[in-house]
Design a binder for this molecule. Structure first.
Ligand SMILES: [Mg+2]
Length: 315
């Protein structure tokens, strides 16, 4: 049901308007002065439609409209200005201030209904556009199978965390995790079972991190987890917990319960000299550690061993 805010100091006019709108199926909110109107329309969940009287105590309708238009609301508020004035100059002033439409008092009920319907069409269209924009935004930054951050988004997130660390200091660690022998699962049981395994691994990894850690799908069976405020030893503890959460309990699939393990490579920002610290160098370090974990027999957590050698500075 659409909500409409009525702001009018004339109680009789309010009652008449409110009665009609309710009859037409709208949910009606009523205020009697400009300050209250501004307060209601500035709320994040403000009514998407407003009928404002021009002449009101406190702020007049024009001042309310100007305040609403200068606030950067995501959702558009459709505003109908109610006026007993009918000179051309006044009308232009109202529209210039940001009114979408106007109605002269005393109003004709059918005309009011038509104008409110026109407003509702605009508001509904606007809401659909915002929904579509949000869905696109989600699709552009999330992986379809797992709804984790996708590769581009998790790298962006790492970039942001690195530049925040540059400004404010603090710890930052990353974990690269890869499902062991995943190709065998796909080859033996098919891609549907493979997908189910990835989804369940995703679920366990997501449950095992703190709310401010970020889990992304870095590649087919590879995950990148960004741990803000986490040094190498805390990182190792977290990764070990994640490793157990997958390895300790077989994954139920249509092909029966499958034992699944992950190998983990860890790297911490403190391991890299400030001058050469960037997403690429940090990812490179974690990737090397992951490679070592695989070489040492898989199903294990391997912290990056060495500081990245920095180029000798000529002096
Ligand atoms: Mg009035």
């Amino acid at each position: 049901m659409s909500r409409v805010l009525i702001a009018d100091d004339d109680r009789v006019s309010c009652k008449l308007l409110g009665g009609l709108l309710k009859k037409w199926g709208y949910e009606v909110e009523v205020v009697h002065d400009g300050f209250a109107a501004r307060r209601e329309l500035m709320k994040p969940d403000a009514a998407p439609l407003a009928i404002l009287d021009w002449m009101m105590p406190g702020l007049d309708g024009i001042e309310v409209i100007k305040a609403v238009r200068s606030a950067a609301h995501e959702a558009y508020i459709y505003i109908l200005l109610l006026t007993s004035r009918d000179q051309k100059g006044d009308l232009l002033e109202g529209m210039d201030a940001g009114a979408d439409d106007y109605l002269k008092k005393p109003f004709d009920a059918d005309e009011l209904h038509a104008r409110v319907r026109a407003g509702k069409r605009i508001v509904d269209l606007q809401a659909a556009l915002i929904r579509a924009k949000n869905e696109l935004q989600f699709a552009a930054t999330h992986d379809t199978l797992t709804t984790l951050w996708n590769r581009g988004a998790i790298i962006d997130l790492l970039k942001k965390e690195l530049s925040r660390r540059k400004r404010t200091g603090g710890e930052l660690g990353i974990v690269m995790a890869d499902i062991d022998h995943f190709k065998k699962i796909n080859d033996l049981y098919g891609h549907l079972v493979g997908d189910a395994v990835i989804r369940e691994v995703t679920r366990r990894l997501s449950l095992g991190v703190r709310p401010y850690d970020a889990v992304g799908r870095y590649g087919g069976e590879e995950f990148l987890i960004v741990f803000p405020a986490c040094n190498l030893s805390a990182l190792a503890t977290s990764a070990e917990r994640l490793r157990c959460s997958v390895a300790d309990e077989p994954i139920e699939t249509n092909a029966g319960p499958l034992p699944v393990t992950l190998s983990f490579g860890l790297a911490s920002a403190e391991q890299i000299e400030a001058a050469s610290l960037n997403p690429e160098s940090l990812l490179g370090l974690a990737d090397e550690a992951l490679y070592t974990a695989k070489a040492l027999g898989r199903n294990r957590v391997e912290p990056a061993a060495a500081m990245l050698a920095s180029a000798p500075s000529g002096g």
